[in-house]
Each structure stands twice: as C-alpha cells, then as structure tokens.
Design a protein around this ligand. Structure first.
Ligand SMILES: Cc1cc2nc3c(=O)[nH]c(=O)nc-3n(C[C@H](O)[C@H](O)[C@H](O)COP(=O)(O)O)c2cc1C
Length: 185
C-alpha cells in the first residue's frame, strides 16, 4: 500500500559543500546542500537571501564550490551555523584563487570548482544562482588513474528529512551498461 506523505522532497541525499565568495574584500564560506546540476558544466543553487554570501556572488559574478570529506564534518557544519556577518570563517582555512581571482577556494578540501555566475533568479526568500564551472582543482589524494575517485573523496551526504549526515557506500554496477542485460525484478 502507498502512503501519501505530503509534499516532502525526497531527492536527498545531496553532497554538502562550502561555497566561497568575496564580500567586502574578504573571503567567506557558506555551507550548502541545495546545489544541483543543470547540465554537466552548469550548476544551480538555492541560497536564502538572509545569508551574507549572496551579496558577494551578485557583486563579483563568481563563486567557488569546495567539497569536504566526512573527516571535515565539524568545520562544514560550523560554517552552516554561523554567518560571515559576524564571524570570520575565512580564518578556518587556507584560501587560494584560480583564473577568476574572485572565487576563494579552500586548500584543505580535496576538490574545488570555480564558477562564473550566468544567471540569477529571484525565488522570494531565496536567490537561485546558476553558474558555469570554469576550472576544477583536486588533490592527488582523491585521484585513481587520473580520475576523481568518490571513495577517496568520501563526500558528506546531507538529508534534510532526518537532519543527518550520511556516508557513501560502495559502487556496484556500471552505468549505461548493466541495463543491457535482461531486466529482472
Ligand atoms: C548541512 C547544511 C546545509 C545547508 N544548505 C543550505 C542551502 O542549500 N541553502 C541555504 O541558503 N542555506 C543552507 N544552509 C544554511 C547556511 O549555511 C547558514 O545559514 C550559514 O550560516 C550562512 O552563512 P553566511 O551568512 O556566512 O552566508 C545549510 C546549512 C547546513 C548546516
């Protein structure tokens, strides 16, 4: 039997990231989980207008996405509890820059993407920012045969419904491949 459970968004889990911006000349990092993929090089994210970070994205038209591992959960959660309005979150990390020069990135996080803002939609309480990935950086520690290895990245998966962080399990099948066998349920 099916249960109707209202309008619950059941797309979780989503990876938890820190989005970097420059505001009043200083880097700031905000924890974000509502980050999605529109097409392979285009990302979107829904950011509450009350947060400090939006202003930096609108002014500079750039931002970064930094991917922590589960070992970095405490600092990741912390950056989602305090605001750059009254806390200097940049001092928690070493910051580096790429080609855009205005998208601060976190050296201690193994994967970093710098993005250029393409579009900005007004969704009442939230801004939706759409950005193009212009450059991706990663540490040697998360590569296997020159490719990003999810197991090594060990991303923090966020579920709004349980308000819990989760961890990735194992890979179990090849995409665009396993379906070529006779489907069985
Ligand atoms: C796990 C987690 C995920 C979050 N995801 C989002 C999100 O997708 N969008 C958003 O607007 N705020 C999100 N937040 C809340 C912001 O990170 C938080 O309000 C932060 O303090 C704002 O920082 P700022 O004022 O320095 O920009 C999230 C917080 C946590 C802990």
């Amino acid at each position: 039997m099916k249960n109707s459970i209202g309008k619950l968004n059941s797309l979780y889990p989503l990876p938890t990231v820190l989005v970097g911006t420059i505001i009043n000349g200083k880097p700031n990092y905000i924890t974000m989980a509502h980050v999605g993929i529109l097409k392979i090089n285009i990302v979107c994210m829904g950011m509450g207008k009350a947060h400090y970070s939006g202003q930096g994205i609108i002014e500079n038209r750039t931002f970064s996405i930094n991917i922590p591992s589960t070992k970095q959960t405490v600092v990741t959660d912390y950056c989602g509890l305090v605001s750059g309005k009254n806390t200097n979150k940049a001092e928690l990390f070493n910051t580096f820059y790429g080609v855009t020069e205005t998208a601060p990135m976190i050296e201690e996080f193994a994967v970093n993407m710098e993005c250029k803002l393409l579009d900005h939609l007004d969704y009442g309480s939230h801004n939706v920012f759409i950005g193009e990935i212009v450059n991706t950086f990663c540490d040697d520690s998360v590569l296997t045969d020159g490719r990003l290895d999810l197991k090594k990245i060990d991303p923090i998966l966020f579920d709004m419904n349980s308000r819990r962080y989760w961890q990735l399990g194992d890979s179990y099948a090849n995409a665009w491949s396993i379906g070529k066998t006779q489907p069985e349920y």
